[in-house]
Design a protein around this ligand. Structure first.
Ligand code: FAD
Length: 313
Protein backbone atom coordinates (compact mmCIF):
# COMPACT_ATOMS: atom_id res chain seq x y z
CA UNK A 1 0.00 0.00 0.00
CA UNK A 2 1.36 3.44 -0.86
CA UNK A 3 0.88 6.18 1.68
CA UNK A 4 -1.21 8.79 -0.11
CA UNK A 5 -1.61 11.35 2.67
CA UNK A 6 0.71 13.41 4.80
CA UNK A 7 0.95 12.70 8.52
CA UNK A 8 -0.42 16.17 9.18
CA UNK A 9 -3.61 15.34 7.22
CA UNK A 10 -4.19 12.20 9.24
CA UNK A 11 -3.32 14.03 12.44
CA UNK A 12 -5.96 16.62 11.57
CA UNK A 13 -8.54 13.90 10.96
CA UNK A 14 -7.70 11.65 13.91
CA UNK A 15 -6.18 14.02 16.43
CA UNK A 16 -3.60 13.15 19.06
CA UNK A 17 -4.64 9.48 19.19
CA UNK A 18 -2.72 8.95 15.96
CA UNK A 19 0.72 7.46 16.62
CA UNK A 20 3.57 7.63 14.13
CA UNK A 21 6.11 4.85 13.51
CA UNK A 22 4.53 2.59 16.13
CA UNK A 23 6.42 -0.73 16.52
CA UNK A 24 4.00 -3.57 15.74
CA UNK A 25 5.92 -6.52 17.23
CA UNK A 26 4.27 -5.99 20.62
CA UNK A 27 0.83 -6.38 19.04
CA UNK A 28 1.61 -9.74 17.43
CA UNK A 29 1.76 -13.22 18.95
CA UNK A 30 5.07 -13.88 17.18
CA UNK A 31 6.52 -10.72 18.71
CA UNK A 32 8.12 -9.57 15.49
CA UNK A 33 7.71 -7.15 12.62
CA UNK A 34 8.52 -3.49 12.01
CA UNK A 35 6.60 -0.26 12.63
CA UNK A 36 3.34 1.08 11.23
CA UNK A 37 3.74 4.50 9.65
CA UNK A 38 0.40 5.44 11.24
CA UNK A 39 -1.33 3.65 14.08
CA UNK A 40 -4.52 4.13 16.04
CA UNK A 41 -6.50 1.94 18.46
CA UNK A 42 -10.28 1.55 18.11
CA UNK A 43 -12.08 1.39 21.45
CA UNK A 44 -15.56 0.34 20.32
CA UNK A 45 -17.27 -1.07 17.25
CA UNK A 46 -18.66 2.38 16.38
CA UNK A 47 -15.18 3.87 16.81
CA UNK A 48 -13.72 1.17 14.55
CA UNK A 49 -16.27 1.95 11.84
CA UNK A 50 -15.60 5.69 12.13
CA UNK A 51 -11.85 5.21 11.97
CA UNK A 52 -12.09 3.06 8.86
CA UNK A 53 -14.40 5.57 7.16
CA UNK A 54 -12.05 8.42 8.09
CA UNK A 55 -9.02 6.56 6.77
CA UNK A 56 -10.81 5.91 3.50
CA UNK A 57 -11.67 9.62 3.24
CA UNK A 58 -7.92 10.17 3.36
CA UNK A 59 -7.52 7.54 0.63
CA UNK A 60 -5.93 5.05 2.97
CA UNK A 61 -7.24 1.48 3.22
CA UNK A 62 -6.30 0.62 6.80
CA UNK A 63 -4.89 -2.69 7.97
CA UNK A 64 -7.05 -4.07 10.79
CA UNK A 65 -5.07 -5.82 13.49
CA UNK A 66 -6.90 -8.01 15.99
CA UNK A 67 -4.78 -10.22 18.21
CA UNK A 68 -2.01 -10.31 15.60
CA UNK A 69 -1.96 -14.10 15.95
CA UNK A 70 -2.29 -15.01 12.28
CA UNK A 71 -0.06 -12.43 10.63
CA UNK A 72 3.61 -12.08 9.82
CA UNK A 73 4.49 -8.39 9.76
CA UNK A 74 7.43 -7.43 7.52
CA UNK A 75 10.59 -6.13 9.19
CA UNK A 76 10.13 -2.94 7.19
CA UNK A 77 6.70 -2.54 8.78
CA UNK A 78 3.47 -1.26 7.25
CA UNK A 79 3.29 1.75 4.91
CA UNK A 80 -0.03 3.22 5.85
CA UNK A 81 -2.48 3.09 8.74
CA UNK A 82 -2.88 0.18 11.13
CA UNK A 83 -6.01 0.12 13.30
CA UNK A 84 -5.67 -2.01 16.41
CA UNK A 85 -9.08 -3.41 17.29
CA UNK A 86 -9.81 -2.98 20.97
CA UNK A 87 -13.62 -3.00 20.61
CA UNK A 88 -14.33 -5.57 23.29
CA UNK A 89 -17.91 -5.17 24.52
CA UNK A 90 -19.84 -8.39 25.00
CA UNK A 91 -23.54 -9.01 25.63
CA UNK A 92 -24.93 -12.38 26.68
CA UNK A 93 -28.45 -13.18 25.51
CA UNK A 94 -28.89 -16.23 27.69
CA UNK A 95 -32.64 -16.04 28.27
CA UNK A 96 -33.69 -16.31 24.66
CA UNK A 97 -35.06 -19.63 23.34
CA UNK A 98 -31.76 -19.95 21.51
CA UNK A 99 -29.08 -18.39 23.75
CA UNK A 100 -26.45 -16.34 21.96
CA UNK A 101 -23.64 -13.95 22.74
CA UNK A 102 -23.06 -10.72 20.85
CA UNK A 103 -19.42 -9.64 20.85
CA UNK A 104 -17.68 -6.65 19.38
CA UNK A 105 -15.03 -7.81 16.97
CA UNK A 106 -12.04 -6.94 19.17
CA UNK A 107 -13.25 -9.23 21.98
CA UNK A 108 -10.74 -11.95 22.83
CA UNK A 109 -12.15 -15.22 21.49
CA UNK A 110 -10.58 -17.52 24.10
CA UNK A 111 -11.70 -15.33 26.97
CA UNK A 112 -15.21 -15.18 25.52
CA UNK A 113 -15.29 -18.99 25.25
CA UNK A 114 -14.29 -19.34 28.91
CA UNK A 115 -16.89 -16.78 29.97
CA UNK A 116 -19.55 -18.77 28.11
CA UNK A 117 -18.46 -22.05 29.74
CA UNK A 118 -18.47 -20.39 33.17
CA UNK A 119 -22.06 -19.22 32.58
CA UNK A 120 -23.21 -22.67 31.49
CA UNK A 121 -23.42 -21.67 27.84
CA UNK A 122 -22.11 -24.36 25.52
CA UNK A 123 -20.86 -24.17 21.94
CA UNK A 124 -17.62 -22.23 22.09
CA UNK A 125 -15.47 -24.67 24.11
CA UNK A 126 -13.37 -25.36 20.99
CA UNK A 127 -12.40 -21.68 20.91
CA UNK A 128 -10.96 -21.48 24.43
CA UNK A 129 -7.49 -22.33 23.13
CA UNK A 130 -7.55 -20.21 19.99
CA UNK A 131 -5.71 -16.87 20.30
CA UNK A 132 -6.97 -13.68 18.71
CA UNK A 133 -10.19 -11.76 18.39
CA UNK A 134 -13.73 -12.52 17.32
CA UNK A 135 -13.16 -10.43 14.17
CA UNK A 136 -10.03 -12.39 13.26
CA UNK A 137 -11.92 -15.64 13.83
CA UNK A 138 -14.76 -14.59 11.52
CA UNK A 139 -12.29 -13.38 8.89
CA UNK A 140 -10.40 -16.68 8.76
CA UNK A 141 -13.09 -19.08 10.02
CA UNK A 142 -10.90 -20.08 12.95
CA UNK A 143 -11.51 -23.55 14.30
CA UNK A 144 -10.15 -26.24 16.58
CA UNK A 145 -11.11 -29.55 18.19
CA UNK A 146 -13.81 -30.21 15.60
CA UNK A 147 -15.53 -26.81 15.97
CA UNK A 148 -15.21 -23.66 13.94
CA UNK A 149 -16.55 -20.12 13.67
CA UNK A 150 -18.88 -21.11 10.83
CA UNK A 151 -20.58 -23.54 13.21
CA UNK A 152 -21.43 -20.78 15.70
CA UNK A 153 -22.00 -17.68 13.65
CA UNK A 154 -25.59 -16.43 13.56
CA UNK A 155 -24.98 -12.98 12.11
CA UNK A 156 -22.10 -10.53 11.78
CA UNK A 157 -22.09 -6.76 11.36
CA UNK A 158 -19.92 -6.03 8.35
CA UNK A 159 -18.68 -2.59 7.36
CA UNK A 160 -18.84 -2.32 3.60
CA UNK A 161 -16.48 -0.47 1.28
CA UNK A 162 -19.08 2.30 0.84
CA UNK A 163 -19.27 2.84 4.62
CA UNK A 164 -22.64 1.15 5.20
CA UNK A 165 -23.00 -1.57 7.82
CA UNK A 166 -24.75 -4.77 6.70
CA UNK A 167 -25.87 -7.75 8.78
CA UNK A 168 -24.56 -10.92 7.14
CA UNK A 169 -25.84 -14.31 8.21
CA UNK A 170 -23.41 -17.22 8.46
CA UNK A 171 -24.61 -18.57 5.11
CA UNK A 172 -23.62 -15.28 3.44
CA UNK A 173 -20.06 -15.37 4.72
CA UNK A 174 -18.81 -18.08 2.36
CA UNK A 175 -17.09 -20.02 5.11
CA UNK A 176 -14.79 -22.91 4.23
CA UNK A 177 -11.66 -24.35 5.83
CA UNK A 178 -9.81 -21.31 7.26
CA UNK A 179 -11.39 -18.93 4.82
CA UNK A 180 -14.41 -16.72 4.21
CA UNK A 181 -15.86 -14.22 1.78
CA UNK A 182 -14.05 -11.55 3.83
CA UNK A 183 -10.69 -13.10 3.02
CA UNK A 184 -11.59 -13.18 -0.66
CA UNK A 185 -12.72 -9.53 -0.56
CA UNK A 186 -9.41 -8.53 1.00
CA UNK A 187 -7.44 -10.54 -1.57
CA UNK A 188 -9.42 -8.69 -4.27
CA UNK A 189 -8.31 -5.36 -2.79
CA UNK A 190 -11.72 -4.46 -1.32
CA UNK A 191 -11.47 -5.31 2.38
CA UNK A 192 -14.56 -5.48 4.56
CA UNK A 193 -14.43 -5.03 8.33
CA UNK A 194 -16.15 -7.17 10.96
CA UNK A 195 -17.62 -4.90 13.62
CA UNK A 196 -19.32 -7.54 15.75
CA UNK A 197 -20.77 -11.02 15.68
CA UNK A 198 -23.58 -12.97 17.29
CA UNK A 199 -22.63 -16.54 18.15
CA UNK A 200 -25.06 -19.40 18.83
CA UNK A 201 -24.90 -21.26 22.13
CA UNK A 202 -26.92 -23.87 24.01
CA UNK A 203 -27.54 -24.36 27.70
CA UNK A 204 -25.04 -26.67 29.43
CA UNK A 205 -23.56 -27.60 32.77
CA UNK A 206 -20.83 -25.10 33.76
CA UNK A 207 -18.63 -27.71 35.51
CA UNK A 208 -18.78 -30.08 32.53
CA UNK A 209 -18.07 -27.25 30.08
CA UNK A 210 -15.11 -26.02 32.09
CA UNK A 211 -13.77 -29.57 32.32
CA UNK A 212 -14.00 -29.82 28.53
CA UNK A 213 -12.14 -26.52 28.17
CA UNK A 214 -9.38 -27.74 30.49
CA UNK A 215 -9.08 -30.94 28.48
CA UNK A 216 -8.56 -28.91 25.30
CA UNK A 217 -5.99 -26.72 27.06
CA UNK A 218 -4.08 -29.80 28.28
CA UNK A 219 -4.17 -31.34 24.79
CA UNK A 220 -2.74 -28.16 23.31
CA UNK A 221 0.04 -28.01 25.90
CA UNK A 222 1.02 -31.58 25.01
CA UNK A 223 0.98 -31.11 21.27
CA UNK A 224 2.01 -27.51 20.56
CA UNK A 225 5.09 -25.56 21.57
CA UNK A 226 4.97 -22.68 24.04
CA UNK A 227 6.61 -19.41 23.03
CA UNK A 228 6.01 -16.75 20.43
CA UNK A 229 4.60 -18.07 17.16
CA UNK A 230 1.79 -17.56 14.66
CA UNK A 231 0.20 -20.96 15.26
CA UNK A 232 -0.01 -23.15 12.18
CA UNK A 233 2.11 -21.70 9.41
CA UNK A 234 0.50 -23.65 6.55
CA UNK A 235 -3.01 -24.98 6.01
CA UNK A 236 -3.35 -28.75 6.14
CA UNK A 237 -3.60 -30.07 2.58
CA UNK A 238 -6.57 -32.37 1.85
CA UNK A 239 -6.13 -35.70 3.65
CA UNK A 240 -2.83 -34.81 5.28
CA UNK A 241 -1.15 -32.53 7.81
CA UNK A 242 1.31 -29.76 6.99
CA UNK A 243 3.23 -30.53 10.21
CA UNK A 244 3.61 -34.20 9.25
CA UNK A 245 4.90 -33.28 5.79
CA UNK A 246 7.41 -30.72 7.09
CA UNK A 247 8.64 -33.24 9.65
CA UNK A 248 8.90 -35.97 7.01
CA UNK A 249 10.93 -33.53 4.88
CA UNK A 250 13.47 -33.53 7.72
CA UNK A 251 12.91 -29.98 8.87
CA UNK A 252 11.84 -30.40 12.50
CA UNK A 253 14.19 -28.25 14.54
CA UNK A 254 15.56 -26.39 11.46
CA UNK A 255 16.66 -22.84 12.25
CA UNK A 256 17.21 -19.54 10.51
CA UNK A 257 18.70 -16.98 12.85
CA UNK A 258 16.35 -16.73 15.80
CA UNK A 259 13.51 -18.74 14.30
CA UNK A 260 13.03 -22.46 14.73
CA UNK A 261 10.65 -24.97 13.20
CA UNK A 262 9.36 -26.49 16.41
CA UNK A 263 10.63 -29.94 17.27
CA UNK A 264 7.28 -30.56 19.00
CA UNK A 265 5.06 -29.58 16.04
CA UNK A 266 6.70 -28.83 12.69
CA UNK A 267 3.92 -26.50 11.48
CA UNK A 268 4.82 -24.05 14.27
CA UNK A 269 7.67 -21.60 13.62
CA UNK A 270 8.87 -20.21 16.94
CA UNK A 271 10.58 -16.88 17.64
CA UNK A 272 13.45 -17.80 19.95
CA UNK A 273 14.02 -14.22 21.06
CA UNK A 274 15.07 -11.49 18.67
CA UNK A 275 13.78 -12.99 15.44
CA UNK A 276 13.33 -11.09 12.19
CA UNK A 277 10.38 -11.58 9.88
CA UNK A 278 12.88 -12.21 7.06
CA UNK A 279 14.14 -15.28 8.93
CA UNK A 280 10.60 -16.63 9.21
CA UNK A 281 10.10 -15.87 5.53
CA UNK A 282 13.26 -17.82 4.62
CA UNK A 283 12.08 -20.83 6.65
CA UNK A 284 8.65 -20.65 5.01
CA UNK A 285 10.32 -20.92 1.62
CA UNK A 286 12.61 -23.71 2.77
CA UNK A 287 9.72 -25.76 4.17
CA UNK A 288 7.51 -25.10 1.16
CA UNK A 289 10.26 -26.07 -1.30
CA UNK A 290 11.29 -29.20 0.62
CA UNK A 291 7.72 -30.50 0.89
CA UNK A 292 7.05 -29.74 -2.76
CA UNK A 293 10.24 -31.40 -3.93
CA UNK A 294 9.87 -34.53 -1.79
CA UNK A 295 6.10 -35.08 -1.82
CA UNK A 296 4.76 -32.95 -4.67
CA UNK A 297 2.48 -31.07 -2.26
CA UNK A 298 2.06 -27.32 -2.74
CA UNK A 299 1.50 -26.11 0.84
CA UNK A 300 -0.68 -23.02 1.17
CA UNK A 301 0.13 -20.41 3.82
CA UNK A 302 -2.39 -20.07 6.63
CA UNK A 303 -0.53 -17.10 8.09
CA UNK A 304 -0.95 -13.80 6.22
CA UNK A 305 2.07 -11.70 5.26
CA UNK A 306 1.32 -8.05 5.87
CA UNK A 307 3.28 -4.87 5.34
CA UNK A 308 6.14 -3.91 3.10
CA UNK A 309 7.91 -7.04 1.85
CA UNK A 310 9.74 -5.21 -0.96
CA UNK A 311 13.28 -6.48 -1.10
CA UNK A 312 12.65 -9.54 1.09
CA UNK A 313 11.50 -11.93 -1.64
C1 FAD B 1 -0.32 -20.42 19.42
C2 FAD B 1 -1.36 -20.26 18.35
C3 FAD B 1 -2.32 -21.24 18.17
C4 FAD B 1 -3.30 -21.09 17.18
N1 FAD B 1 -4.23 -22.07 17.04
C5 FAD B 1 -5.22 -21.92 16.12
C6 FAD B 1 -6.25 -22.89 15.99
O1 FAD B 1 -6.31 -23.88 16.70
N2 FAD B 1 -7.20 -22.68 15.04
C7 FAD B 1 -7.21 -21.58 14.24
O2 FAD B 1 -8.10 -21.43 13.41
N3 FAD B 1 -6.24 -20.63 14.34
C8 FAD B 1 -5.26 -20.78 15.26
N4 FAD B 1 -4.28 -19.83 15.37
C9 FAD B 1 -4.29 -18.68 14.46
C10 FAD B 1 -5.11 -17.49 15.02
O3 FAD B 1 -5.35 -17.68 16.39
C11 FAD B 1 -6.43 -17.33 14.30
O4 FAD B 1 -6.22 -17.21 12.92
C12 FAD B 1 -7.18 -16.10 14.79
O5 FAD B 1 -8.53 -16.22 14.42
C13 FAD B 1 -6.62 -14.78 14.30
O6 FAD B 1 -7.30 -13.74 14.96
P1 FAD B 1 -6.58 -12.35 15.23
O7 FAD B 1 -7.52 -11.45 15.89
O8 FAD B 1 -5.28 -12.59 15.94
O9 FAD B 1 -6.28 -11.88 13.74
P2 FAD B 1 -5.03 -11.04 13.22
O10 FAD B 1 -3.84 -11.94 13.21
O11 FAD B 1 -4.92 -9.77 13.94
O12 FAD B 1 -5.49 -10.76 11.73
C14 FAD B 1 -5.61 -11.82 10.80
C15 FAD B 1 -6.35 -11.31 9.57
O13 FAD B 1 -7.68 -11.00 9.96
C16 FAD B 1 -7.99 -9.67 9.62
N5 FAD B 1 -8.89 -9.13 10.63
C17 FAD B 1 -8.71 -9.16 11.97
N6 FAD B 1 -9.76 -8.58 12.58
C18 FAD B 1 -10.60 -8.19 11.60
C19 FAD B 1 -11.85 -7.52 11.59
N7 FAD B 1 -12.45 -7.11 12.70
N8 FAD B 1 -12.43 -7.28 10.39
C20 FAD B 1 -11.84 -7.66 9.24
N9 FAD B 1 -10.65 -8.28 9.19
C21 FAD B 1 -10.05 -8.54 10.36
C22 FAD B 1 -6.65 -8.95 9.61
O14 FAD B 1 -6.68 -7.76 8.86
C23 FAD B 1 -5.78 -10.02 9.00
O15 FAD B 1 -5.98 -10.03 7.61
C24 FAD B 1 -3.30 -19.95 16.36
C25 FAD B 1 -2.34 -18.93 16.57
C26 FAD B 1 -1.40 -19.07 17.54
C27 FAD B 1 -0.39 -17.99 17.77
Amino acid sequence: MTTAVAASDLRALLGPRLKLAEPLARYTSARLGGPADYFVAAESAADLADLVRTARQAELEPVILGGGSNVLVADAGVRGLVILNRARAVEFRADAAQPTVWAESGANLGLLARQCAGRGLSGLEWAATVPGTVGGAVFGNAGAHGGDTAGNLVVAAILQQDGRVEAWRGSELGFAYRTSRLKQAKAAGRPLVVLGAELALTAGDPAALQAQVEQFVAHRKRTQPPGASMGSMFKNPPGDYAGRLIEAAGLKGARRGQVEISSLHANFFVNLGEAHAAEVFALIHQAHAAVHQQFGVDLELEVELIGDWTGTC
